[in-house]
Design a protein. Structure first.
Length: 390
């Protein structure tokens, strides 16, 4: 007696749903392996989440990143930040150069040609900390044999005259009381004046001391012992590493007509340094207007060196027409076409790449002109790792 058709259908469905039940291949069809079947249908029917436990790029271009993988991305795992909206100041990007603060640095130059010699503590070297007035090196003047002979003869004559004046003062002092006091005082003044004259001549014949103009660190040392230098040659540069300045160049002076209220350095990778506006020139230099800023020391500030080329973000006193959106600069990444984009965290394990248009804001943030909405969460730490997922 044959079983009803419904009974056979129920039995077939039961066997198909069992964990080790073998699937029967029909003619003209091939059943995929379990891994291939997972890739073909990557979402669970109930939760809608991918079955894979590794980062996976979905057909719509978004990424599925499990929580366990998110904790391993970036320096301390993936971190997000909300898109902020506000009335941020307008910023101009200017090329700049790190220089010593004019009030805390100085140069050591030669007043005459000569040969360098080591100072009392040796020849000053790069990075050495020095005090104001410290002898960094000696300069032995370059003079011919005739000049040296004439100078030494003049010095010998002055020495003899000094001895005569000293003897005269001694005799007058022994006769004090019998000679007028004004004669004794006059003799003393003549002797003192003559000694100063002799010291000046002797100084012109001897070596010249090259002294540090300020307290600080040797930033440049352009001489070695025995080197012959010319007049006005820069031998040393001294600066205070805690007091640096940045000189920026504004190609369009009209853009600064509203005035400058401050600035910052954009060192890349979301690293910024605050600057205080000092002043700007009133004459063009290399077809640009020089603008001077002073670096504001802060904890964990990156080391800056003299002559370093930097990008200055100058804040001008000109309000924007409407509020703008701001995101951390570290959230920006580049796609294969070098276009800026960010990763938006839409769901717990879903990330969407969003192209954006941005402009500078400060060293740590950028202003978003197009592509985001206020309140959205963007990846600020680990965005580079997400960009590598294929």
């Amino acid at each position: 007696m044959s079983k009803p058709l419904s009974t056979w259908a129920a039995l077939l469905a039961f066997l198909t749903l069992q964990p080790g039940a073998a699937a029967l291949a029909h003619e003209g069809h091939e059943h995929a392996e379990p891994a291939a079947a997972m890739a073909a249908a990557p979402v669970k029917p109930v939760t809608g989440q991918p079955l894979s436990e590794a980062p996976l790029r979905l057909p719509d271009g978004s990424l599925f990143v499990p929580k366990s993988v998110q904790r391993r991305m970036g320096a301390q795992g993936l971190r997000t930040a909300p898109v902020a909206s506000g009335n941020f100041p307008r910023v101009l990007s200017l090329p700049g150069l790190v220089i010593a603060d004019p009030g805390s640095g100085g140069r050591v130059q030669t007043l005459q040609a000569g040969r360098l010699a080591a100072g009392p503590e040796g020849l000053a070297v790069l990075g050495q900390r020095v005090k104001k007035g410290q002898i960094l090196a000696w300069l032995e003047p370059a003079a011919g044999a005739l000049e040296k002979g004439a100078g030494q003869a003049a010095l010998a004559e002055l020495t003899a005259q000094e001895s005569l004046l000293a003897s005269r003062v001694a005799r007058l002092e022994q006769l004090e009381g019998s000679v007028p006091a004004k004669d004794i005082e006059q003799a003393r003044i003549e002797l003192q004046s003559f000694r100063q004259k002799k010291a000046a001549v002797a100084g012109s014949l001897g070596r010249e001391a090259l002294r540090a103009p300020v307290d600080g660190v040797i930033g440049a040392a352009n001489g070695v012992a025995g080197q012959v230098v010319d007049v006005r040659e820069v031998v040393f540069e001294v600066f205070d590493p805690a007091r640096l300045a940045v000189q920026a160049q504004a190609p369009d002076p009209a853009a600064l007509a509203a005035g400058v209220e401050g600035g910052s350095l954009d060192l890349g990778q979301g690293v910024g340094v605050e600057l205080a506006f000092v002043g700007m020139g009133r004459s063009l230099k290399a077809q640009s207007l020089p603008v001077l800023f002073r670096v504001q020391p802060q904890p964990d500030m990156p080391q800056l060196v003299l002559g370093q080329s930097v990008q200055v973000l100058a804040r001008v006193r000109q309000s924007r027409a409407a509020p703008v959106l701001a995101i951390p600069a570290s959230a920006l990444v580049r796609d294969g076409d070098n276009q800026a984009r960010v990763w938006v965290h839409g769901a717990p394990e879903r990330f969407e790449a969003r192209p954006v248009r941005v402009e500078p804001l400060d060293g740590t943030r950028v202003a978003v002109i197009q592509g985001l909405q206020a309140g959205e969460q963007v990846v600020r730490d680990g965005a580079v790792d997400l960009n590598r997922v294929r």
